[in-house]
Design a protein around this ligand. Sequence first.
Ligand SMILES: Nc1ncnc2c1ncn2[C@@H]1O[C@H](COP(=O)(O)OP(=O)(O)O)[C@@H](O)[C@H]1O
Ligand SMILES: [Mg+2]
Length: 320
Amino acid sequence: MAANILLETENLVRTFGPTRAVDGLSFQIRAGEMVGLVGPDGAGKTTAIRLLCGALQPTRGMIRVAGYQVPAQVEKAREEIGYLAQRFSLYGDLTVKENLDFFGEVFDIPGAEREQRSQELLRFAGLSEFQNRPAAALSGGMQKKLGLACALVHRPKVLLLDEPTGGVDPVARQEFWHLLIGLLREGSAVLVSTPYMDEAMRFHRVIFMNHGRALTQDAPRALMARLSGRILELAAEPQMTARDIAVQDPEVEDVHSFGGYLHLRVSSADGPMKRIPEKLASAGISVTHLIPVAPTLEDVFIQLLETEGEGNGNPIPSAA
Ligand SMILES: Nc1ncnc2c1ncn2[C@@H]1O[C@H](COP(=O)(O)OP(=O)(O)O)[C@@H](O)[C@H]1O
Ligand SMILES: [Mg+2]
């Protein structure tokens, strides 16, 4: 295995009938790295993660986890994998502690060590004081933390977390990310899927996924730098009319709404900055501001989607 690469795929493909759920995915993740698989519903995130943990057979392509080939050496690989499914299930009737003990048994951890590990993970997840509560009676955020703790019982080096923050309140989300940062310090490699663009800033690297393919993979700041100077924020009323006018400017590539504003992606800023306020004024539209702003990852994702659409004439429908 190349230096500290813990998770690796090459040209990974998985089809379901006519649907190419994962369509030629290649990436490498090293110890200490947290990488985000970011994309909308149906992008192929869950399929990719299930392939990585050997729950699904690939149609073709290479998977290596902690140096082991999957599926050929899946048993060995699984000893190194902590997997949190998108819809994981705890044993609701069992207490928090009993759930942890149960997973310790599943992973064949001997009694005394199991007890120690359960206590360690209760502390890690901040659940010590809830250890006797039935899992079903925990809040959503606490259930996710318990799910994570259960996935860590056997001290895996590789964590595969499928939308771990889905349906969780902002405070619990924050706590969850905190736990992951602790694990990275111990040298784990973490792959997290999420549909939320605002979470993508947290990753060392982002793999933007759509229709089973990686549109790009890079550090969040590097991705945003690609659009530096090319996003203008427009606040104008009525917004729909402002949009129709802005989109006609020859140097405006795309307009989308962003919070209460419009984001204009421009090939160059000077022309639109001059022309658009004039056009809006003569159409009787009131403009609060038109200013260059720092691009967001959502701007980047939208641009990539368009480039993909134009670039390779993708014949594959969104099968979601
Ligand atoms: N077991 C399955 N049978 C048929 N199609 C599936 C199956 N699992 C996933 N798909 C399809 O594969 C695509 C990717 O799905 P999925 O990996 O669940 O995406 P995501 O997790 O990003 O929402 C979707 O079009 C989905 O309908
Ligand atoms: Mg999914």
